[in-house]
Design a binder for this molecule. Structure first.
Ligand code: ADP
Ligand code: MG
Ligand code: ZN
Length: 478
């Protein structure tokens, strides 16, 4: 029997506020343990939480960017459970009345094309602290720096069907949050975290099957791998006549498998109730309008503009606007250039390939947009040819030197002197009379032989356009 996967994702994104959601402590990552704490976020008795207005503004911005309906009135509840990194004994979160609902996000994958994924809700909450287990000291320590950092949780509808679609959804959501600048998106530091819910159902059946929830997915790649593993595992269970049980499973990136963490029996009863220390959150039209006014260009709008303004193909525009950092890099690169299509090609192939093999992000590129732009300018103006430009680029990556200096040092200036090239072409035709005759008799494939000879003679520096016309005209005469 064939099964269809059903997938829904829950994303926790830390908001980029300077201070925590209910107190004035800094949210800065990497401070010494418990440096960013006060009586409020360490859960001392008698203290009162005060909601951070900026956090609400960021949540509203995220809600607008995902086409959610924003609640004019929402509420904070207490989710009660005991855990050492949660000093109050409860987490303040929006449960019954979230700030936003009913949004959506459009994705595209190669195998399944365009698709709209529903967003069930976005709610605000505080993050918990961290436990650090030291196996050598055989001790566990508590760091409350993260306690009270503002989060939004973005819950998707179970509209996703493949691991690739899950990856596309997450990348898009991640891109949007970075475009609107409400989350730094750093997955290694846990600023953007994902849980994946997966179930299988027989093809054609409407009712959902029992789901497993996967935790500990800290990269896009791991999310896709974990989902594929889980689809396989559940398929095997069902094909063997077994039943999938509702449970939380942990992804182990070293063993490439998921293992059970806790079953439904161990699920908590959180005894949610409205937090009596916080008034309902009222977000009026004026507030929403002012956020909407500051909304920057979103990925799809930027893509459309790139097509319009730079005459790029929709595909190229999509690649170049996939992240705000890449889009900004590209726009800085093309300052002062005229051949935008050429700049797009070089960015998408040469630059991205280099970053990819080095495992670097565009923000970590050793070649700055300015330097990349000067290289492309040399190419565009005919100072160097494409082969030389590749050599210069590689040298820029390793030495970080300016393209102009590399060209000088290595003597890579393009030879485009007509008379000089004429002499070279004439000499090569003279040295290879048999090939010249064969070419004249219709063996036009030999053109590349002559081109190769010229490039060899000029050590790859000849202007290929001029050489092409010279070879053709001189051979037709001979
Ligand atoms: P919680 O996990 O906190 O109980 P929900 O029950 O609302 O929250 O579900 C969380 C996520 O699980 C949502 O993204 C939803 O789309 C997804 N989901 C719900 N039911 C299923 C199912 N049967 N199969 C796969 N995903 C599901
Ligand atoms: Mg859940
Ligand atoms: Zn504090």
């Amino acid at each position: 029997m064939a099964f269809e996967p059903v997938i829904g994702l829950e994303v926790h994104a830390q908001l980029k506020t300077k201070t925590k959601i209910f107190c004035n402590c800094s949210t800065q990552f990497g401070k010494s343990p418990n440096a960013n704490t006060c009586p409020v976020c360490t859960g001392m008795p008698g203290v009162l939480p005060v909601l951070n207005r900026q956090a609400v503004t960021f949540a509203v911005k995220a809600a607008l960017a995902t086409d959610c309906t924003i609640a004019r009135e929402s509420r904070f509840d207490r989710k009660n459970y005991f855990y050492p990194d949660l000093p109050k004994g409860y987490q303040i979160t929006q449960y019954a009345a979230p700030i936003a609902e009913h949004g959506h996000l459009d994705i595209e994958t190669e195998e399944r094309g365009k698709k709209t994924i529903g967003i069930t809700r976005i709610h605000m909450e505080e993050d918990a602290g961290k436990l650090i287990h030291d196996p050598i000291l055989a001790k566990s320590m508590v760091d409350l720096n993260r306690t009270g950092v503002p989060l939004i949780e973005i819950v998707s509808e179970p509209d996703i069907r493949t691991a690739k679609e899950a990856g596309a959804y997450l990348r898009k959501l991640h891109a949007i949050l970075k475009y609107i600048d409400v989350c730094d998106g750093n997955m290694e530091e846990g600023s953007f975290r994902c849980d994946a819910n997966i179930s299988l159902r027989p093809m054609g059946r409407e009712k959902f099957g029992t789901r497993a929830e996967l935790k500990n997915l800290n990269s896009f790649k791991n999310v896709e791998k974990a989902i594929n593993y889980e689809i396989q595992r559940q398929t095997y269970v069902l094909e063997e006549g077994g039943t999938v049980i509702q449970e939380t499973r942990l992804w182990d990136p070293n063993k490439n498998k998921t293992t059970s963490m806790r079953g439904k029996e161990e699920a908590h009863d959180y005894r949610y109730f409205p937090d009596p220390d916080l008034v309902p959150l009222i977000v009026d039209e004026g507030w929403i309008d002012s956020v909407a006014k500051e909304m920057p260009e979103l990925p799809e709008q930027k893509q459309a503009r790139f097509v319009d303004q730079f005459h790029l193909s929709p595909y190229d525009a999509q690649v170049l606007t996939a992240t705000i950092d890449l889009a900004n890099y590209f726009e800085e690169t093309i300052q002062g250039l005229t051949n935008i299509k050429q700049a797009a090609n070089w960015t998408m192939t040469t630059l991205l390939a280099m970053l990819n093999t080095k495992g670097l992000d565009i923000t970590q590129s050793k070649v700055s947009a300015k330097a990349f732009s000067s290289l492309l300018q040399l190419l565009e103006r005919g100072n160097i040819n494409a082969t030389a430009a590749k050599t210069v680029f590689e040298e820029m990556v390793t030495s970080g030197k300016a393209p102009r200096d590399i060209v000088k040092e290595k003597g890579l200036e393009q030879v485009s002197d007509q008379t000089e090239l004429e002499k070279i072409v004439a000499a090569i035709i003279c040295d290879n009379p048999e090939e010249a005759a064969a070419y004249g008799a219709g063996k036009t494939k030999l053109f590349s032989f002559f081109m190769g000879q010229v490039m060899k003679k000029t050590r790859g520096k000849a202007d290929p356009k001029i050489v092409t016309s010279l070879i053709k005209s001189q051979l037709s005469k001979s």
